[in-house]
Design a protein around this ligand. Structure first.
Ligand code: SAH
Length: 287
């Protein structure tokens, strides 16, 4: 049986879980070590990593960056973690799209049948994008508001492949999924294989800032506000004139900046939708 390498973080009086500076600093810093999951428990977090090596580096970083936080290395047995995460992850529905883990396909099909929705099967693993994050749901919602049938779609930062698969199942004539993380592309390929899309989905390990791929009619980029602002000319370049571009991973306080940076790059803001502190935005590339 496999163990999952994790760090258990206990908060002490001087550095509590209610201290935003400590929590945001920790979450931001830990992100560099690519945690696969964070579980909140009473007075503690368990942060899971892909490998023991990544965990050990992250632990050394915490000891240095946040000495008042009590953090220790733990190996969580497979059955414990897998059973609980499976129980927690059921299908989610965004209008005519239901995203489900493989073990809940039957209930997902029943949900989908009620209103003619499509079912996207995603194995919750290391790739981001199970539909349990607001930014993914915002992209899925906007994707259903634009003409897609027969159009080409490009998912930049595909993670689990969820948006590219949804686009293909919703009728895109061509679909491509790229990510600069080879592990994400591996996961995306596994998920693509689980979904019988009417068109094959091309996958590639690519950084959006150094890619020379041709533009698409519909571009989806669920990244971060910061990265979208830095890469706005690239996002514009991947969108055909008159095409549509859906972005998320943007927090509410970043929305105005994204709109203005995108305008400079030739992308006109059409619509913003909101869930909690996250926004999803739809743009059109000018002719
Ligand atoms: N599209 C999925 C996953 C979004 S997570 C969803 O909507 O749920 C963001 C993804 O973008 C991650 O998989 C990350 O590896 C990828 N990414 C980050 N920077 C990137 C870059 N410069 N070029 C390409 N992909 C990038």
């Amino acid at each position: 049986m496999r163990d999952y390498p994790a760090i258990e973080i206990r908060f002490t009086a001087g550095a509590g879980a209610d201290d935003d500076v400590v929590v945001n600093g920790l979450l931001g810093g830990l992100d560099d070590f690519r945690p696969t999951a964070i579980e909140e428990r009473a007075g503690a977090w368990r942060v899971f990593f892909e490998s023991a090596a990544a965990r050990d580096l992250a632990l050394a970083w915490i000891h240095e960056a946040a000495p008042r936080v009590v953090a220790s290395s733990i190996d969580v047995p497979d059955d414990d973690w897998a059973r609980r995460s499976q129980a927690n992850l059921g299908p989610i529905q965004v209008n005519r799209v239901v995203v489900t883990p493989p073990w809940a396909v039957e209930s997902a099909r029943a949900m989908a049948a009620a209103n003619g929705a499509i079912v996207v099967v995603i194995v919750p693993s290391t790739g981001f994008g199970t539909g349990h994050h607001a930014s993914t749901r915002l992209c899925l919602a906007l994707l259903q508001e634009i003409p897609l049938v027969g159009r080409s779609a490009l998912d930049i930062g595909t993670g689990s492949g969820v948006l590219a698969i949804a686009a293909a199942l919703l009728g895109a004539g061509r679909a491509a999924a790229v990510d600069n993380d080879p592990d994400a592309i591996e996961t995306a390929r596994e998920n693509i294989a689980l979904n019988a899309t009417p068109v094959a989905i091309e996958t590639a390990v690519e950084d959006l800032r150094h890619s020379s791929r041709p533009p698409a009619d519909v571009v989806m980029a669920n990244l971060t506000g910061e990265l979208l602002c830095r890469a706005a000319p690239d996002v514009a370049k991947f969108t055909v004139p008159g095409g549509r571009c859906i972005v998320s991973g943007v927090m509410n306080h970043e929305r105005d900046r994204v709109v203005s940076v995108f305008a400079t790059a030739g992308l006109e803001h059409l619509k913003t939708i909101v869930e909690d502190e996250w926004v999803g935005m739809l743009f059109a590339r000018g002719w």
